[in-house]
Design a protein around this ligand. Structure first.
Ligand code: SER
Length: 317
């Protein structure tokens, strides 16, 4: 049966890509995009769109009833770097939007939820190499705290109320289609924009800061695959570790130099270095690979080539 989908936070980096992909798959009218404002006009003008504050339960209920929604992707969130500037707003948005959607499912208004978690759930006491699915988690950012608590609530609602909520701990997600918004991993997008503009890139992380990353196509495919997986095969209802590649700023700069030999990078670490220092270098995602056959496609070389090609086309057109 074709699902009737609502994407909350659809104008954001991952939300917009999910909207396009799900619309191609299920039909434009079966995927309602929503956000707090019309932040992405291309998306707003390409199918059904509702302005909704994810913190407003009544507004969500009205939208769910109006469009007969059965599945919600809750992509609205304040990310790590911005969350440090606005701790209470980050807590309010990240937690209350999740409660709203979990309660809609508990009360049977909808029957399936996707909610993204993040590598930010890990902290300085977590093993950093090949970080296991189950390990010490003492996050030190507001964003990480909201994601870790959110994971606990997802598992709780699944266990106590039978809510079908599914989640992935996204690594840094790399895309050429939208500009990033307030994350610590976002340097790995900005760097390509600077390379295309023939400018030096001043990196806010040190050259050897290794973080887990993933190309957008892989992140969207993972999300949809998890949502389509048979519920019986899922053993994790907090959030799945997910990995593709890990790299440092220096390694991305080297990969870019294979295309633009004159590209230069300088390093000026700021408060985001402290955040990155508490996150894993690489992730063990074997449970996702076992439970729902997760497999990534893009490595750093392919990602670099695709980013430069696509951003190059945008500059020309
Ligand atoms: N990309 C996110 C951030 O940097 C991590 O989930 O905040």
């Amino acid at each position: 049966m074709t699902p009737k989908v609502l994407i909350i936070g659809a104008c954001g980096q991952i939300g917009s890509e999910l909207a396009y992909k799900l619309r191609a798959q299920h039909g434009i009218d079966n995927v309602i995009a929503s956000d707090i404002n019309e932040g992405n006009l291309e998306l707003v003008n390409s199918g059904p769109f509702e302005i909704i504050d994810a913190k407003d339960l009544e507004a969500l209920k009205i939208c769910v009833a109006k469009h007969n929604i059965d599945t919600i992707y809750l992509m609205a969130a304040m990310l790590s770097a911005t969350g440090e500037k606005f701790p209470e707003i980050a807590w309010d948005l990240n937690m209350n939007s999740l409660f709203n959607v979990l309660n809609l499912a508990k009360d049977k208004f909808i029957n399936k939820i996707f909610w993204p978690s993040s590598i930010a759930v890990f902290g300085p006491s977590t093993p950093t190499v090949n970080t296991p699915q189950h390990t010490i988690m003492e996050p030190t950012t507001v964003y990480g705290i909201t994601k870790q608590v959110g994971e606990r609530w997802c598992e709780y609602y699944h266990e106590k109320y039978g809510v079908d909520v599914r989640s992935i701990r996204y690594p840094g997600v790399i895309t050429w289609k939208t500009l990033p918004g307030g994350g610590t991993t976002d340097y790995a997008i900005d760097i390509f924009h600077k390379a295309i503009a023939n400018e030096n890139f001043e990196c806010f992380l040190d050259e050897d800061t290794e973080l887990p990353m993933m190309f957008m196509e892989d992140a969207v495919a993972a999300t949809i695959n998890l949502m389509e997986a048979n519920a019986d095969t899922l053993t994790i209802r907090s959030s799945y570790n997910l990995a593709a590649v890990s790299f440092t700023p220096k390694q991305v700069a080297d990969a870019i130099r294979n295309h633009f030999p004159d590209f230069t990078i300088t390093y000026k670490p700021d408060f985001r270095q402290e955040i990155a220092n508490t996150w894993p270098k690489s992730i063990d995602d074997s449970q996702a690979r076992i439970d729902w056959n997760w497999n990534h496609s893009y490595d750093l070389k392919q990602m670099t080539s695709e980013m430069l090609t696509q951003l190059g086309k945008q500059t020309v057109s």
